[in-house]
Design a protein around this ligand. Structure first.
Ligand SMILES: C[S@@+](CC[C@H](N)C(=O)[O-])C[C@H]1O[C@@H](n2cnc3c(N)ncnc32)[C@H](O)[C@@H]1O
Ligand code: SF4
Ligand code: SF4
Length: 323
């Protein structure tokens, strides 16, 4: 497990080099493509599954060639609903340059065959969302049987040799603070990596899952335990610095200094380029030269994709990265 199981040391050193190269050239280092808004789940904190069906971009490679990011995240909606998801990954893999490709999924449509095809197509990390260590996962996603599936599928895939390519993504929210440590132990037991993020109300203005002020002390204790588990289990990928700022964000309700559009950007299923998923489109994949990153004054989310880009590169972080 740990990053070293999915990214070789040589590649990690390449990533560090390319990171500084992109930054000096003023290019984003991470591009997320939302290849569909369609979804087979009905989460109450995400409106994507309610979106109207629209024509979806077939080829995202012009944007990847243009921005030359290190990290490419393929997400949705539920990206596995697209029949050409493997082809999308393969085309990105075939663009010259080092790329770390991830696919984000709720996990319901994953099969051994699909995992194998995605890995063969250059996907290093298939990150499956899971916020609870039991059937509350089914209720949250509106998919009966989801927890049972994940609980058997993940260890099975590890036995087949895909442990380094699979991970779980969990966001901290009001409902899972009491069980997120249990979940961390379960995921460690499965033998795969684990990432954390924090809840945002911005997707559909749903405040019910936020961590209100009275939850902040509890969140600090949970984060302290996660930091300890990160040091002992070695399978928690987000940085200590990011984890520690989650309760801080909840206490303040916002944090300044967002680098959306400068260090990372999003492209939606219709090819519109956005500095972050919550901001309006500023260009289109058919007119990449029009893209110009504008400073953002918003500080209203603390998604890991935002927070990790903002945390400073301390000696401890470099050590975590290279360990
Ligand atoms: C939009 S989903 C798309 C991929 C896939 N359908 C899934 O759920 O994993 C990408 C990630 O965003 C997370 N997410 C969705 N709504 C969120 C919210 N309101 N706050 C924080 N994370 C959210 C999901 O749990 C998932 O990990
Ligand atoms: S979070 Fe993922 S699984 Fe849930 S509705 Fe949104 S896209 Fe679908
Ligand atoms: S803080 Fe940044 S990433 Fe988050 S919603 Fe605002 S602009 Fe987007």
């Amino acid at each position: 497990m740990s990053l070293s199981s999915s990214v070789k040391l040589k590649d990690r050193l390449n990533i560090v080099g390319q990171f500084f190269h992109n930054r000096l050239a003023g290019r984003p280092t991470a591009v997320t493509i939302e290849i569909t808004k369609r979804c087979n789940a009905t989460c109450d904190f995400c409106p994507y599954w309610e979106a109207d069906e629209v024509e979806e971009v077939k080829d995202f490679t012009p944007a990847i060639k243009y921005f030359q990011p290190i990290w490419v995240s393929i997400t949705g909606g539920e990206p596995l609903l697209r029949k050409d998801v493997v082809e999308i990954a393969r085309k990105i893999r075939d663009i010259p340059g080092f790329r770390f490709i991830s696919v984000y999924s709720n996990g319901w449509l994953l099969t051994e065959r699909l995992v194998g095809e995605l890995v063969d197509a250059g996907v290093s990390n298939i990150q499956v969302s899971c916020n609870f260590p039991d059937e509350r996962q089914d209720t949250e996603r509106g998919i009966p049987g989801l927890w049972k599936k994940l609980n058997s599928f993940m260890p099975e895939m590890v036995k087949k040799g895909y442990g380094g390519n699979l991970g779980i993504g969990t966001f901290l929210c009001q409902e899972n603070l009491d069980c997120v440590i249990d979940l961390a132990h379960v995921v460690h037991g499965w033998g795969i990596n684990h990432s954390f993020s924090s809840y945002s109300r911005l997707k559909n203005d749903n405040h019910t899952h936020e961590l209100p002020a009275e939850y902040v002390p509890k969140a600090r204790n949970v984060v302290k335990e996660l930091v300890n588990l990160k040091r002992s289990h070695k399978n928690i990928l987000v940085s200590e610095e990011y984890l520690k700022t989650i309760p801080e964000f909840s206490a303040k309700g916002q944090l300044p200094g967002c680098t959306a559009g400068d260090k990372f950007l999003y492209i939606d299923q219709q090819g519109y380029i956005k500095q972050c998923p919550e901001l309006p489109a500023v260009a289109h994949i058919s007119n990449l030269d029009e893209y110009q990153s504008q400073p953002v004054s918003c500080g209203l989310c603390w998604y890991a994709c935002r927070g990790e880009h903002q945390t400073s590169i301390s000696p401890r972080r470099l050590q975590e990265w290279l360990e």
